[in-house]
Write a protein that binds this ligand. Structure first.
Ligand SMILES: C[S@@+](CC[C@H](N)C(=O)[O-])C[C@H]1O[C@@H](n2cnc3c(N)ncnc32)[C@H](O)[C@@H]1O
Length: 296
């Protein structure tokens, strides 16, 4: 087991570049378009866009494989790496419904404004759909996008009945996309699933990048209902994968001890300021746990 220290200066935040007109959509999958041009469509707590430059050397060794992300969240990493073949999973059904509609060519037909009254009207409509089991409609996908852009800090929280309960945000101005052809093309070849990681059909040859919810130590709160037992079963499951695996997580002592005990090679990164569930934006120390890969 080797532990590598990575200095702060080694880590770079990938910058967004505005897409130039005239770029052909199929260029995405031919990798002829600068990867930083595809911005994740949603705000997502724990987004790992800043990690892409660290993961690229690992992925480059295995880019002919299927790419699997059991906790895909806001798609920041997969949109940075742009694999040809990917299996992307998240337990959040509204998120996966939104991505499936992006693949099908989502058009925004509902009213979108940074307005508190409209926000609560749309939130009530979204929750009515949840109650009626209509969470997999195009309208639900549009409402989910609107709520994500407009709510407090882009958080995604639900009450016990599965209703979205994040309040109106505090943004001065918001850009709402009207169409998503760039994302439609980028997501075109990928498969989206909505299950717990334990049910995900990971193949022996897959390259797996796993970014579970952060371990929140010394508190009874578990982010997104992901508790310590979930952390351990996830780590154990991934340690049995015979193909290449990278896991990122908050570098709490028990997470580091768990990954080392299971034989992962562990290194540390200093993450950017992040959105926590409380809106706290302090920087986190991140751990990268790697198996079945060599350093470039
Ligand atoms: C830290 S976020 C991933 C962020 C993502 N890497 C990005 O860059 O946007 C963790 C994700 O795990 C999902 N999740 C939580 N529990 C899960 C489970 N048991 N199985 C699969 N996904 C789960 C959450 O919905 C959340 O989107």
């Amino acid at each position: 087991m080797r532990t590598t220290k990575v200095s702060k200066t080694d880590f770079a935040i990938t910058s967004f570049v505005v897409q130039k007109p005239g770029i052909v959509a199929s260029d995405f999958h031919n990798n002829t378009v600068a990867k930083s041009q595809i911005k994740p469509p949603l705000k997502w707590a724990g987004g790992k866009r800043w990690l892409v430059s660290h993961l690229t050397p690992f992925w480059r060794q295995h880019s002919q494989r299927r790419y699997v992300e059991p906790f895909c969240g806001g798609l920041a990493v997969v949109l940075g790496l742009l694999p040809d073949n990917a299996l992307l999973n998240d337990i959040n059904p509204h998120l996966i419904n939104f991505y499936r509609y992006l693949q099908a060519g989502l058009k925004i037909e509902i009213e979108m404004r940074n307005d508190e009254t409209l926000f609560y009207v749309h939130r009530a409509r979204f929750n009515e759909g949840v109650r009626q089991g209509l969470g997999d409609t195009a309208e639900a996908a549009q409402l989910f996008y609107y709520l994500n852009r407009t709510c407090f800090n882009g958080l995604c929280r639900f009450n016990r009945s599965g209703e979205f309960n994040v309040p109106f945000g505090t943004y001065k101005s918001i850009n709402y996309a009207k169409e998503f052809s760039q994302h439609q093309e980028a997501l075109r070849k990928w498969t989206f699933t909505n299950c717990d990681i334990a049910s995900l059909p990971i193949d022996v040859n897959d390259f797996v990048y796993a970014d579970p919810p952060y371990d929140v130590e010394f508190t009874t709160y578990s982010a997104g209902g992901f508790n310590w037992e979930d952390q351990t079963r996830t780590a154990e499951l991934l340690s049995k994968h015979r193909g290449p695996v990278v896991i990122s997580n908050q570098a709490t002592p028990r997470i580091v001890a768990l990954y080392e005990k299971l034989g992962f090679r562990v290194s540390y990164l200093s993450g950017p300021r992040r959105i926590s569930c409380t809106g706290d934006r302090s920087a986190a120390s991140e751990v990268l746990a790697v198996n079945g890969l060599v350093n470039e």
